[in-house]
Design a protein around this ligand. Structure first.
Ligand SMILES: [Zn+2]
Length: 159
């Protein structure tokens, strides 16, 4: 790691620690609406994760130009509204035991999805809640540094 990379790493960690509220995932999974299978009452995925064919569940790619997708598996196609968002192959809402609530003014949805986060909204909360569906690696390096860079933050330069 170069000096600059080290400074960006520390700044990204500082961004995470100072602007996000950490929430144990179990508070969402223990929500009473979950027992009735009403997941959207608790959290709904708005960006990130996988986009899947709503007929067979196979992962498909949305064409940004036409806003359409084609499923090779069951030979159907559709538009954005007919996609099924399947965010969490490992666990719902995510494999990591903690989630990160952000409500501090910036629109981070696309930047966070691009950095590998699952981006959720909850009807009871403003802002977005980020989840990481993974484990066993350095989250700061894999996700937070990317988010920091995607947002164009320059905290490391003023230190
Ligand atoms: Zn299909």
């Amino acid at each position: 790691m170069t000096d600059t990379e080290r400074e960006i790493y520390e700044a990204a960690r500082e961004f995470k620690n100072s602007r996000f509220n950490v929430i144990p995932s179990v508070l969402f999974t223990n929500h009473k609406a979950m027992e009735d299978g009403e997941y959207d009452e608790v959290l709904s995925l708005v960006a990130g994760g996988r986009t899947c064919c709503s007929y067979c569940g196979e992962e498909v790619e949305l064409d940004d130009d036409t806003d359409e997708w084609t499923c090779d598996n069951c030979e159907t196609s559709g538009d954005r509204d007919e996609l099924s968002m399947e965010g969490s192959p490992y666990a719902w809402p995510c494999a990591h035991s903690y989630m990160f609530w952000y409500d501090d003014g910036l629109d981070i949805t696309e930047a966070a999805a691009d950095a590998g986060f699952l981006v959720f909204e909850s009807p009871d909360m403003s802002g977005v809640i980020l989840g990481i569906d993974g484990g066993g690696y350095d989250f700061v390096e894999a996700h937070w540094v990317k988010l920091y860079n995607n947002l164009g933050l320059k905290w490391h330069e003023s230190e």
